[in-house]
Design a protein around this ligand. Structure first.
Ligand code: ADP
Ligand code: MG
Length: 304
């Protein structure tokens, strides 16, 4: 059993700047993993280390079970760089064909493979257009087409939604989900939360070169949920009793009581207790922070 990506204590220093600081991460095969963080967090540096374009100062990394220092580790990897360089005078089809000729795809398969990736990203009908005339969204789709040439097992996408409009973002999402359904592992860098939240199975939040949180999106927002009640007649006795349950924190704002529980199961006990002591409960619900708020809090805390 090997991971799609395994990094251990990766540190990367550029002079006095620590772009990555003892970063360890495991990405399972078959998942869509989002690497989330503000500009300058170290996302691109990490991807470049995985591709051996940048050498880490300390630590070790492997992709698809092979150390990144071995060029064979990259054999089944597709990459969309942050700023893709294009040849303006080539058509989309020529540009993709040019890249496929540089790859290990055999001559007789090139034509069908170029057609296949053009269809996958929805550019087949536009294939005769010159690269220099494309919108940012179409350029980005061409980049995805290049990245998926030859059916890579692992896709590394650096800010794939950058410059895409909402329609383009939605199209990209369905492309990624189709690829995942065919067994491709996808690792994507992003500073855009909402997209990562919808597309990714798991995410890591990166700030100042360190992972500050990792898990499924529902785990991350679930861990931060609390119970909010509107109660008439809430009193100190009730507060004391609730605090004796497994409660992390209780905030009494008069009619509104916020209870931060250690487990979901305690919610019913809170209800029973207040009801049994004569409190009138008008509302009772889970309130969660959105991933966006959690992200913002984590990043802000680390900066201050
Ligand atoms: N070649 C480089 N030389 C010096 N500093 C760099 C270099 N590349 C990146 N950095 C610095 O490393 C940090 C992380 O950058 P980067 O990995 O590009 O972040 P992100 O992709 O999350 O925006 C930033 O402070 C950036 O300025
Ligand atoms: Mg970047």
């Amino acid at each position: 059993m090997y991971y799609a990506i395994e990094a251990e204590n990766i540190t990367k220093s550029y002079g006095r700047i620590k772009a990555l600081d003892s970063l360890s991460l495991k990405v399972n095969r078959g998942e869509i993993f989002g690497f989330l963080g503000p500009n300058g967090a170290g996302k691109s540096t990490f991807v470049k280390i995985l591709l051996n374009l940048v050498k880490q100062t300390k630590g070790s990394a492997s992709i698809l079970g092979k150390p990144v220092s071995r060029h064979l580790s990259r054999r089944n990897v597709g990459f969309l760089p942050e700023n893709m360089k294009v040849y303006n005078f080539l058509t989309i089809e020529e540009f993709i064909r040019f890249h496929s000729e540089l790859s290990e795809i055999t001559r007789k398969n090139i034509k069908s493979e170029v057609e296949n990736v053009l269809r996958t990203v929805g550019l087949y009908d536009e294939r005769k257009r010159r690269m220099g005339t494309l919108s940012k969204g179409m350029t980005q789709k061409t980049g995805i087409a290049l990245a998926i040439l030859g059916h890579p097992k692992l896709l590394l996408l650096d800010e794939p939604t950058s410059g895409l409009d909402p329609v383009g973002i939605k199209e990209l999402r369905s492309i990624l989900i189709n690829l995942k359904n065919q067994g491709t592992t996808i690792f994507l860098n992003s500073h855009l939360l909402s997209e990562v939240e919808r597309t990714c199975d798991r995410i890591a939040i990166l700030n100042n070169g360190k992972i500050v949180q990792v898990g499924s999106t529902s785990d991350i927002s679930g861990n931060n949920k609390h119970l909010e009640l509107t109660v008439e007649g809430f009193n100190d006795d009730m507060e004391r009793e609730i605090n004796s349950l497994s409660v992390k924190n209780l905030v009494n704002e008069g009619n509104v009581v916020k209870v931060y529980l250690k487990g979901y199961n305690e919610a019913l006990n809170v209800h029973t207790l207040i009801d049994g002591m004569g409190g009138k409960i008008f509302s009772f619900s889970w309130k969660g922070k959105s991933l966006e708020e959690i992200f913002y809090d984590l990043v802000k805390k680390k900066d201050s």
